[in-house]
Ligand binder design. Structure first.
Ligand code: ATP
Length: 250
């Protein structure tokens, strides 16, 4: 079943047409990776999926429900299906690691402090940060901060976890660890993962399905193997990182 479906989505900012009749079907319980050039509209697409932006035209169907007509209050309920790991982990620097992970539980549940702290410990252990709850974010490495971000994203046991460029700025070993975490998020937590990535080797290693965004549309959809052999010079140029080809470098 497709948990996220976008139908003929159009979005412009002034004269700039960012999404131009985009169709996308993301598969439940899989790692779905969206690739595409910088400034191509991947973040804009992600914002449509969580209802932070509304399309000029088209449907955004989450778990069977078109979220485009929903009010802010109704959207807040839909957003509880999502966990989100932002690019820079977006931790609250004045709160401890444990308080960061506890934050969504305090905001969105009526659970007691003791129960919240048990969940926090469990989530931290699951991302390899057992006993680190007392630390401040500034005391952590970039990879550890991402893992705290992931523990926070998983705190409410979301059905869907969104990862916005999860390995940007990390060394290769830390990137590999984060990629493993994405696969574990699917396998152990049973979540559907939606990943935005520039990292082609990581995408090939972790994705069940890859979607390539180009000029406001999804121009290729397939397994890593299918995308590797996709018969389109745009896709081939992108996945091989060639400077020359049909993709214009602006
Ligand atoms: N709120 C907004 N108002 C005006 N223009 C916007 C807005 N949000 C995004 N854009 C424009 O839409 C285009 C696509 O931006 P977006 O951030 O989605 O690209 P991206 O594919 O995520 O890029 P990157 O990989 O570099 O993060 C950009 O030209 C950006 O300037």
């Amino acid at each position: 079943m497709d948990i996220i479906v976008l139908k003929d989505v159009h979005k412009s900012f002034g004269p700039q047409k960012v999404l131009r009749g985009l169709n996308l079907n993301l598969h439940k319980d899989n790692v779905n990776v969206i690739i595409g050039k910088s400034g191509g509209g991947k973040s804009v697409l992600l914002k449509h999926i969580i209802g932070l932006l509304k399309p000029d035209k088209g449907q955004v169907i989450i778990d069977g429900q078109d979220i485009v007509p929903l009010s802010e209050r109704e959207l807040a309920t839909v957003r509880q299906k999502f966990g989100m790991l932002f690019q820079e982990a977006a931790l609250f620097d004045s709160l401890t690691v444990a308080e960061n992970v506890a934050f969504p539980l305090k905001e969105h549940t009526k659970k007691k402090h003791k129960e919240i702290m048990e969940i926090v410990e469990e989530k931290l252990a699951q991302v390899g940060l057992k006993g680190m709850g007392y630390k401040m974010p500034s005391e952590l490495s970039g990879g550890m901060r991402k893992r705290v971000g992931l523990a926070r994203a998983l705190a409410l046991d979301p059905q869907i976890v969104l990862f916005d460029e999860p390995t940007s700025g990390l060394d290769p070993v830390m990137s590999a660890a984060i990629n493993e975490l994405i696969v574990r998020t699917k396998e152990e937590f049973g979540a559907t993962c939606v990943v935005i990535s520039h990292d082609i080797p990581a995408t090939m290693a972790t994705a069940d399905f890859i979607f390539m965004l180009y000029e406001g549309k999804i121009i290729a959809t397939g397994t890593p193997d299918e995308i590797k052999h996709w018969d389109d010079p745009v896709v081939q140029q992108f996945i091989h990182g060639r400077a020359k080809g049909p993709i214009r470098v602006v």
